[in-house]
Design a protein around this ligand. Sequence first.
Ligand code: GTP
Ligand code: MG
Length: 138
Amino acid sequence: AERTLVLVKPDGVARGLTGEVLRRVEAKGYRIVALEMRTADDALLAEHYAEHQGKPFFAPLVEFMRSGPVVAAVVEGGRVIEGFRSLAGTTEPTGAAPGTIRGDLGRDWGTSVVQNLVHGSDSPESAAREIGLWFPAL
Ligand code: GTP
Ligand code: MG
């Protein structure tokens, strides 16, 4: 089956929303096949966010992402890449639909970088690359 990389970002972990995010993933019928809490370093984040290098929000994004532990998961299921993006909602929580993780729980005000609780791979190519980065043993 298809696999995606899900991250509960530092804001989600700090706010105690790890269980809520994983609950929604499991309730949808997806399967968690790997799970780890860790604090990411610059090298990992530079690779993870390679597509954003050079953009104005890159440095604050990396600083935010290494500000505390994240929970990384490999999630499996039919069309899970698209499905998790749908569960997550749009990038900015203010405009994200109610019913989504970001729409129900995200706060994008009062911070210099968009703190939107979760990450999900955006394509099969991204998923393979990101799972290799975060879970090299898989
Ligand atoms: P991810 O699942 O985290 O990859 O989010 P996404 O796919 O919805 O967004 P994208 O990959 O375009 O951007 C990655 C992350 O960078 C976002 O989740 C935000 O945290 C941050 N980000 C993206 N665009 C902006 C922006 O225009 N300004 C700021 N400050 N942060 C941004
Ligand atoms: Mg993205």
